[in-house]
Each structure stands twice: as C-alpha cells, then as structure tokens.
Design a protein around this ligand. Structure first.
Ligand SMILES: Nc1ncnc2c1ncn2[C@@H]1O[C@H](COP(=O)(O)OP(=O)(O)OP(=O)(O)O)[C@@H](O)[C@H]1O
Ligand SMILES: [Mg+2]
Length: 267
C-alpha cells in the first residue's frame, strides 16, 4: 500500500541567516513544516529559538536566504495580511496585554488584530468562538476578571485561546510552560496533546528547553544550538540522548514512557 501524499508545507526556510552586527543569530537554517505536523523546537538559552519564531511569524526578515510562509515569500507579501493567519504566544506579547483588560476581551479581540478591546462591536460568531476556546482551555471562569489578576498558568492558557481565536493555519508557542508549577505544566501538556490530535488543528511549533514538556502526539523535532540546526526530522529519530547531549553541550541520558520523555545528566 502506498503512503499518503505529504500535506502542504506551511513554512519553508532555505539557507536562512539572521545577522546582527558581527553576530549570526541564525546560520544556514533549512526547515520545512507541513500542515499536519506538530514540531517541538529544543535548544539552550541563546540558541536562536525566539529569533526563528520571529521569522516564521512574519515579524522579522532574514538577512540571507528565503522564508516561505503559508505559500507566500517574505519580502514579497504584505506581512499584515500574513500575520492574522499565524497564531503566536510569547512572553513579549503577554507583556503587551494591559493588566486591567477583561480576560474575555483579551481572547475575543484577537480576531480584530488588536491587544485589548477598543470600540469594536464583536459579532455573535466571534463571541461564541471565544467562549468555546475559553472553555477548551479551562479559562471560561475568568472571562470577567482583569487579565492581570490571573495566575501565570491561567495567563498562559488565555494566551493560547487568544492565539487560536482567528483560526490560524500555524500556531507558534514560545515557551508556554515557563513559570508553571508541576500541576500547571501537566495540565498544559495534556491540553496541547489534545490539540495535537485534532484533525483540523493548525500546524504547531512549540519552543521549550525541557523534553518533559513535549506533548504526546507531537511528530517532529528541531534541535538548535548557537543559531545552527543540529538535527531536524521525525521526533523518534531526532530526540535522542546523543542529539540532546550535542545540543545542550552536556552528556545526557533520556528515558521515554507512555509517550513522555525525561532527561537527566548521564552518570
Ligand atoms: N538585535 C540583536 N542584536 C544582537 N544580538 C541579538 C539580537 N537579538 C538577539 N540577539 C542574541 O541572539 C541570540 C539568540 O537569541 P534568542 O532570543 O533567539 O534565543 P533563544 O534560543 O530564544 O533563548 P532563550 O532560551 O533564552 O529564550 C542571543 O544570544 C541574543 O542575545
Ligand atoms: Mg527565547
């Protein structure tokens, strides 16, 4: 029996460099993500993970090389048309949300490409979708609370609901597990695992430092070190003790049970 045809690429990077002054933030990056893939992006502090997400969320241009997003080439497309098709969560974006903003408005206003509610009249379809997403991410009880009063874990889930609001074709999550306690992390991993399994979910790229945060159902991994790709491909092949040791510059041993990974220093 022949295998099914691969789905459409949602992002394609060829020979991408990002240079600032004398420093290469990214060097020679080749990477393809297809619509039905869920990627984890692993690498130490300063590896270039956030820089890579800036590129693939159409917030930065490469110094050299080609970036194609959702069938368009960066540099030859209006980024303001592209950005609503890409959901992004990051610490930097979270800081732009006013603490006094009503949490329900933080979610629903995403469809209007503004942070916070201004004077729009949201239509009933948007309000219904926002309510559904808030339920799905376990934050429906906070709709009337100011965003600034939520815990870190609750805020992370609100941001993901917000990022999903415009029904993006690509979802980019920059360290959504940072700052969460054990229960919060496990809750997030389970919800991301559910999302990974939905047939009509967007392609996903999750940035993390911790293999414990890889949700079951994720399919691919990219290992990044000092701006260069150490390895990229199917999760089983790429997430190994050898690959992680090389990426993090430390001998590591790796265990896998029930679809979850744990890593520790090799003895
Ligand atoms: N405008 C800039 N000029 C010079 N260096 C920069 C600039 N922006 C980022 N860098 C450097 O590029 C490197 C990669 O940064 P980036 O934020 O992409 O790393 P990261 O992998 O996301 O790290 P972390 O895990 O700590 O979030 C860092 O060393 C950072 O200091
Ligand atoms: Mg980062």
């Amino acid at each position: 029996m022949s295998s099914p045809a691969p789905s459409e690429p949602v992002l394609e990077l060829r020979g991408v460099d990002v240079v600032r002054g004398q420093t290469h933030l990214l060097r020679g990056v080749d990477w393809t993500v297809r619509a039905d893939e869920r990627w984890v992006l692993l690498g130490p502090n300063g590896a270039g993970k956030t820089t890579l997400l800036q590129l693939v969320s159409a917030h930065m241009h490469p110094t050299r090389g080609e970036v194609r997003l959702l069938g368009e080439t960066l540099g030859a497309v209006d980024v303001f048309e592209l950005r609503p098709r890409i959901g992004l969560t990051s610490a930097a974006l979270a800081q732009r949300i006013a603490p006094a903003e009503r949490t329900g408005d933080v979610v629903v206003s995403a469809g209007y490409a503004v942070v916070g509610r201004w004077r729009e009249r949201y239509d009933i379809a948007d309000l219904t979708r926002a309510a559904m997403l808030m339920r799905q991410w376990g934050v429906d009880g906070f709709a009337n609370r100011p965003f600034g009063t939520l815990s870190e874990g609750e805020r992370k889930r609100v941001q993901i609901a917000r990022a999903l609001m415009p029904d993006p074709e690509l979802l980019l999550l920059d360290e959504p597990g940072a700052g969460l306690d054990l229960a919060g992390r496990e809750d997030l991993v389970a919800r991301l695992s559910d999302l990974a399994g939905y047939l009509y979910a967007p392609a996903q790229v999750l940035v993390t430092h911790h293999v414990e945060e890889i949700p079951p159902g994720y399919t691919h991994a990219l290992l990044l070190r000092s701006g260069e790709v150490v390895d990229a491909g199917p999760l089983e092949r790429v997430v190994t003790a050898e690959g992680l040791s090389q990426t993090f510059g430390l001998p590591l041993s790796l265990d896998r049970a029930d679809g979850r990974f744990t890593a520790r220093r090799a003895s």
